[in-house]
Design a protein around this ligand. Structure first.
Ligand code: NAD
Length: 356
């Protein structure tokens, strides 16, 4: 039997509740498709601060590096808000991204047919479905560039710089082209090449790389236009690739098209097949411990993990279909509509597992 060794970081707030449901679904998928998940549970975030004094213990980093990939719930909460910035739960998150070299953030923005009414976008714009994948560069650009503050003639100033090298652009573009090859073979590269030198280098490099992917239809779009097109005609997109800051903004905008934060998964990939998988939402301390959190984003993150890191694409698709099927009958409170059965976090996990 195939064995997949993963590190599980349940984290804080609703993290443990939603991760348990995803592990339940992964076990059910393993039974059906002939693999076994071997889970090594480690500490990160507030839970790690309580137990060890720091949000990202070195043992956690070492265990992650030795695993096939990493599965995360969410971290943070008011209990740790008074910690200094470098020792907050969220510092663990940034720390693990850089320790594991996670340079590509993948965020699908999907409309689930049974949840179409939750989208703020009109029916005639969305049609029957929408399925966009945003590939965001995660370890370069303005969030990691030269920065500073100062004062000149009594006037305070501050600056941050956007810098990308050709290898950094090639690396993220390769991920995006390969994703497009597995999907509808359409890639939109988003930049601000009419104004920024870094964007002009981005565009030139992506065009050069397109020679290696003749089947992929490549187009370029300025970021301001893309922000507008995402709400005007989101169906025109298949895969979008962009820089760290543009991707940060556009992926949040695109995720709102689905209308429900409890439904959206994400992956952060390193070289090779290694990745970290997590829902896009946070630890939702306001509903933690009540058994009402929606576990579907986490379950869908598990499906991404099976597809991108563990070579189990059939199991991944089966989980996605089971989620769609479950939505036809049961709903957690955040996505509840009249006519459906309102269920708890664990009942939703049971429903998906039994539909596999
Ligand atoms: P949040 O995503 O945790 O919650 C926003 C709202 O959405 C809340 O009302 C919450 O109840 C609801 N919500 C979120 N996930 C849900 C789910 N699965 N089911 C039902 N409802 C859900 O964002 P926030 O309140 O801004 O942040 C809370 C904490 O999470 C903070 O400490 C923040 O730093 C942290 N955070 C962590 C991550 C991460 O671990 N990757 C990401 C974002 C925020």
């Amino acid at each position: 039997m195939r064995e997949h060794k993963i590190v599980v970081l349940k984290g804080d707030g609703i993290g443990p509740e939603i991760v348990d449901e995803a592990l339940k679904v992964l076990d059910a998928a393993g039974e059906k498709f002939g693999f076994k998940m071997v889970c090594d549970e480690r500490l990160m975030g507030g839970a790690a601060i309580d137990a060890t004094g720091v949000p990202l213990p070195q043992e956690t980093v070492d265990a992650c590096k030795a695993a096939d990939c990493v599965f995360l719930g969410a971290v943070g909460g008011p209990k740790w808000d008074s910690q200094p910035g470098s020792n907050r739960p969220e510092a663990g998150l940034l720390g693990i991204r850089s320790a594991l070299g996670l340079y590509a953030n993948l965020r699908p923005a999907t409309i689930f047919k049974p949840l179409k009414s939750a989208s703020p976008i009109k029916d005639e714009i969305i049609g029957d479905s929408m399925d966009i994948l945003i590939v965001r560069e995660l370890t370069g650009g303005i969030y990691f560039g030269k920065r500073g503050t100062g004062e000149e003639n009594g006037v305070a100033f501050a600056y941050d710089t956007e810098q990308y090298s050709v290898p950094e652009i090639r690396r993220i573009a390769k991920t995006a082209f390969e994703m497009a090859m597995k999907r509808n073979k359409k890639l939109t590269s988003v930049d601000k090449a009419n104004v920024l030198d870094s964007s002009r280098l981005w565009r030139k490099t992506v065009i050069e790389m397109s020679a290696d992917y003749p089947e992929v239809e490549l187009n370029h779009m300025y970021v301001d236009n893309c922000a507008m097109q995402l709400v005007r005609n989101p169906k025109q997109f298949d895969v979008i690739v962009t820089s760290n800051m543009f991707g940060d903004i556009l992926s949040d905008e695109a995720s709102m098209i689905s209308g429900s934060i409890g439904m959206l998964a994400s992956a952060s990939l390193a070289e090779g097949k290694f990745g970290l998988y997590e829902p896009i939402h946070g630890s939702a301390p306001d509903i933690a411990g009540q058994g009402i959190a929606n576990p579907l984003a986490t379950i869908l993150s598990a499906a991404m993990m099976l597809r991108y890191s563990l070579d189990e694409p059939q199991a991944a698709s089966a989980i996605e279909s089971a989620v769609n099927a479950a939505l036809e009958t049961v709903r957690t409170p955040d996505i509840y509509e009249e006519g459906f059965r309102k269920v708890s976090t664990s009942e939703m996990g049971d429903a998906v597992a039994s539909l596999l």
